[in-house]
Design a protein around this ligand. Structure first.
Ligand code: SF4
Length: 308
């Protein structure tokens, strides 16, 4: 079947099955095009809560579908590729976190949304890259804070807020490939360009990048909005490169240059159009979270959704 035929069949099945398709910005462009809603982790979590549908087809990695299922337990949540995982989410288990908490009994735990349901269930607050700084700023002063699992996002938040959170040493295998030296090299190479830098990036918390007048550090949604409204015409993209699809759609007259041509997430690319069709046709692969874990994980997630 051609891409058009598959897309049409997907639309037909969606209507028959009362299904909504949510897709992350890092998925393939043709998957983004069939989505009812496209977003970063915070936007997708909010949409999962609001969706008026029987089925949610979640085009993203496993922890995202789990989060959707926690927020909307009455809906059937499907992930088109069962083994689409995330190096960051897999860097810590619930048992690891319990042991870390035991060593810091006064500590509050903030988990990044890129964690399993089990890790969320043992956390006090959850955050995304869109609201991480605000979540940490809302915590009582003087309490030790344990941040899991991204050492880069954690170090960035420490620099911006002045807090000294203890950091778990996980990272995203894609964003880890972008050190400060490479970002500074690209900024020198393109003297008119602004660098759009995700806070998961290895170089995001380096002072030379943080204080650079042409570096803009933000979540994916924040980058897209900044590029759209900025008078600048040229941008260096320091994040997962499929983001360029939406950057170009929102700002067709501007130029987007990859900071590095290999920053693609292989896990997100497992979501193909054919697999989206199979997911709808066979209502596979269902993601659900055991009741006790879901109830505990919902508390930090709810706090995350309340902080803009
Ligand atoms: S880009 Fe990194 S953080 Fe995002 S899903 Fe892929 S491995 Fe995980």
């Amino acid at each position: 079947m051609s891409v058009n035929e598959i897309s049409n069949r997907i639309k037909q099945l969606q209507a028959e099955k009362n299904a909504i398709i949510l897709a992350h910005y890092y998925t393939r462009p043709e998957v983004q095009e069939v989505a009812d809603y496209l977003g970063d982790s915070l936007g997708l979590s909010r949409m999962a809560g609001r969706a008026d549908a029987r089925v949610i087809v979640f085009c993203g990695v496993h922890f995202m579908a789990e989060t959707a299922s926690i927020i909307s337990p009455d809906k059937k949540v499907l992930i088109p590729a069962l083994h689409a995982g995330c190096s960051l989410a897999e860097s810590i288990t619930g048992a690891d976190l319990l042991a870390w908490r035991a060593a810091h009994p006064d500590g509050l735990v903030v988990c990044y949304v890129n964690t399993s349901a089990d890790v969320k269930a043992h956390s006090d607050y959850c955050c995304t890259s869109s609201n991480a700084v605000k979540v940490v700023q809302s915590l009582p002063a003087g309490r030790p804070v344990l941040f899991v699992p991204d050492k880069n996002l954690g170090a960035y938040i420490n620099k911006v807020t002045g807090r000294e959170m203890e950091l778990w040493h996980g990272d995203c295998c894609v964003h880890e490939r972008l050190p400060a030296s490479l970002l500074l090299e690209r900024l020198d190479e393109y003297p008119e360009a602004v660098a759009l830098v995700h806070p998961e990036v290895n170089g995001s918390h380096d002072d030379r990048v943080l204080q650079h007048p042409r570096a803009f550090i933000a979540s994916t949604a924040g980058m897209i909005e900044h590029a759209r409204t900025s008078p600048c015409r040229q941008f260096i993209v320091a994040t997962e490169l499929e983001t360029i699809h939406q950057l170009k759609k929102n700002s067709p007259d501007k130029e987007f240059i990859p900071a590095l041509r290999t920053t693609l997430c292989g896990q997100m690319k497992k979501i193909t159009l054919e697999r989206v069709l199979d997911a709808l046709e066979h209502e596979q692969f269902e993601v659900s979270v055991p009741d006790d874990t879901r109830r505990a994980a919902r508390i930090p997630i709810q706090r995350m959704l309340e902080i803009q």
